[in-house]
Design a protein around this ligand. Structure first.
Ligand SMILES: *[C@@H]1O[C@H](CO)[C@@H](O)[C@H](O)[C@H]1NC(C)=O
Ligand SMILES: *[C@@H]1O[C@H](CO)[C@@H](O)[C@H](O)[C@H]1NC(C)=O
Ligand SMILES: *[C@@H]1O[C@H](CO)[C@@H](O)[C@H](O)[C@H]1NC(C)=O
Ligand SMILES: *[C@@H]1O[C@H](CO)[C@@H](O)[C@H](O)[C@H]1NC(C)=O
Length: 485
């Protein structure tokens, strides 16, 4: 259920083109750029870091920024099969597609890109139970078996990791949910105890010391970021990390919620004075979702045109050249997001870029109204922040990111209250008084509450010919696949 939003609009302000749109990086870079960055990263891998990997204190994996979503390469089973997994801090289960599902059997081979897993073809497969069933706020999901098998990520091999197999699925790519175990569907749906999901199993296996990881998504124009399980790269952010408590939902630490206390556009404060708003840090969401009144002010200031059908707004692509920033404060640390990080290219399936009726090229704006749903800091915010997710201490450490840096200094996250290196606790952090969701685990719907919970600003995903695009958080897929220009 979505609250109505005051800006009147319809898709009619865009000129007619075609049915399918793909969200693109701003400058549709040539392939070699991706490869070059990858090679460069390997060249700059420093020996200290290598040593640490050998000691297995941290586990590093590269991330792909594929059409603004973040993927990790993994292999599953024996012999190993390659899969690409969408990395998602907003959910807690890993699952993969299987070739025999109705979805994967379609003639267009929708699962081919991300890869599949066949349980009976793996000599290390073990069956756990048939109660795997995950649904995301966009209405998509997968169901089938929980199994365990060998999973390799980066240089790291995990034996008998529990994950789901989507014998029935509406997502063409598997998901690597790395949130709190209590948010697993095994807990919410089957009423069972949490199992060790990937970060937890890494700790159990002694690969890392703390159930904690750092995400550096990097610039919108960059193709690569990285995730460090059990470590922090002190060269990837400005200054030092500042540490904030995670906010509970009904007394339980279940999601990566922190308190946002101020939002500014340029020098102008656009939030109310006493803001103490719980916001979810969710890499599974391409866009950022904020309260309607704030979003309306931002739209007016930047000249965004809201499309109520899509729940998102369009701006002239030239807005990316503006030097204004939107800054977000969390008690003390402030993260500045430059305008060019908030202007997302769109191309249609025919390769054309949509235009407004006056011929000006239209881009998607990176902030949308949350309506009655959870407020979410998605990828359009997260790229500008270096974020450490510490599930052992129930804390988030955050700093302004350094884009494109090739320097690296990986330091282990040890154990105990001060485990995150180079981090200082914020004095008197504000507790959230707004935007907190209900108790977790009551619903089998992960992330932001289900279609039943009125927590979802998402529209349902309509079919229609699109697109290697999926978000488990908030539905860029829905925005674009239903988009009739
Ligand atoms: C993942 O694998 C694909 C296919 O081999 C490759 O093109 C891509 O660069 C890899 N990405 C990462 C992040 O390693
Ligand atoms: C695997 O093979 C066994 C034995 O043939 C069969 O009973 C089982 O249903 C198969 N499992 C899957 C997931 O296909
Ligand atoms: C999975 O959950 C959904 C939503 O609650 C339900 O409609 C569906 O029937 C379930 N699927 C299976 C296989 O249990
Ligand atoms: C980062 O690198 C990308 C790709 O080379 C480039 O397009 C972008 O402008 C760079 N960003 C910054 C902030 O330097």
């Amino acid at each position: 259920m979505r609250a109505s939003f005051a800006l009147a609009a319809a898709a009619s302000f865009l000129s007619a083109t075609t049915e399918g749109l793909v969200l693109q990086q701003k400058h549709h870079g040539p392939g070699p750029k991706v490869v070059a960055m990858d090679i460069e990263r390997r060249q700059t891998t420093n020996p200290l870091h290598r040593d640490r990997l050998r000691k297995r204190a941290t586990v590093e994996a590269a991330l792909d920024n594929e059409e603004t979503l973040y993927f990790i390469n993994a292999t599953i089973g024996t012999p190993p099969r390659s899969v690409r997994l969408h990395i998602d801090t907003g959910s807690s289960d890993l699952w993969v597609n299987t070739p025999s599902s109705k979805l994967c059997l379609q003639t267009s081979s929708p699962c081919g890109f991300a890869g599949t897993y066949t349980a009976n073809s793996s000599s290390t497969y073990e069956y756990i139970g048939s109660y795997f069933n995950i649904s995301y706020v966009d209405g998509s999901g997968a169901s089938g078996d929980y199994v365990s098998d060998t999973v390799t990520i980066g240089q790291t091999k995990l034996d008998r990791l529990q994950f789901g197999v989507g014998y029935s699925s509406t997502n063409s790519q598997g998901i690597l949910g790395i949130g709190y175990p209590i948010n697993e569907v095994q807990v919410g749906r089957a009423g069972l105890q949490p199992y060790d999901n990937l970060p937890a199993q890494m700790v159990t296996d002694g690969l890392i010391s703390s159930k904690a990881y750092s995400l550096w998504l990097n610039d919108l124009d960059a193709s690569r970021g990285n995730i460090l399980f059990g470590g922090v790269d002190t060269e990837k952010y400005e200054g030092t990390l500042q540490t904030l408590p995670i906010q509970t939902s009904s007394g339980v630490f279940a999601e990566f919620m922190i308190t946002m206390t101020n939002v500014k556009l340029g020098d102008k404060t656009i939030s109310q004075n006493d803001l103490a708003l719980a916001v979810l840090l969710d890499t599974g969401s391409s866009l950022t979702y904020l309260p309607n009144d704030m979003v309306e002010t931002i739209y007016q200031q930047v000249g965004a045109q809201y499309d109520s059908d899509q729940g998102a707004a369009y701006v002239p692509c030239s807005l990316a050249q503006e030097t204004t920033t939107i800054s977000f404060t969390f008690s003390q640390p402030t993260i500045a997001v430059e305008m060019n990080e908030l202007v997302l290219d769109l191309i249609t399936s025919s390769g054309k870029r949509p235009t407004f009726q006056n011929g000006v090229t239209a881009c998607l704006f990176g902030i949308a109204p949350a309506g009655s749903g959870t407020n979410v800091l998605g990828d359009t915010f997260l790229r500008s922040a270096y974020v450490v997710y510490d599930m052992d201490n129930n804390e988030i450490s955050i700093a302004q990111t350094k884009f494109n840096t090739t320097a690296s200094n990986v330091v282990e996250i040890t154990t105990g209250p001060d485990a995150v290196p180079d981090a200082t606790a914020v004095a008197n952090p504000v507790a959230a008084t707004q935007g907190l969701s209900g108790p977790p685990g009551g619903s089998a719907i992960v992330g932001l509450g289900g279609p039943d919970s009125a927590a979802a600003p998402a529209t349902s995903v309509r079919g229609g010919g699109v697109v290697a695009l999926f978000t488990s958080g908030l539905v860029t897929a829905a925005i674009l696949s239903g988009f009739l220009l």
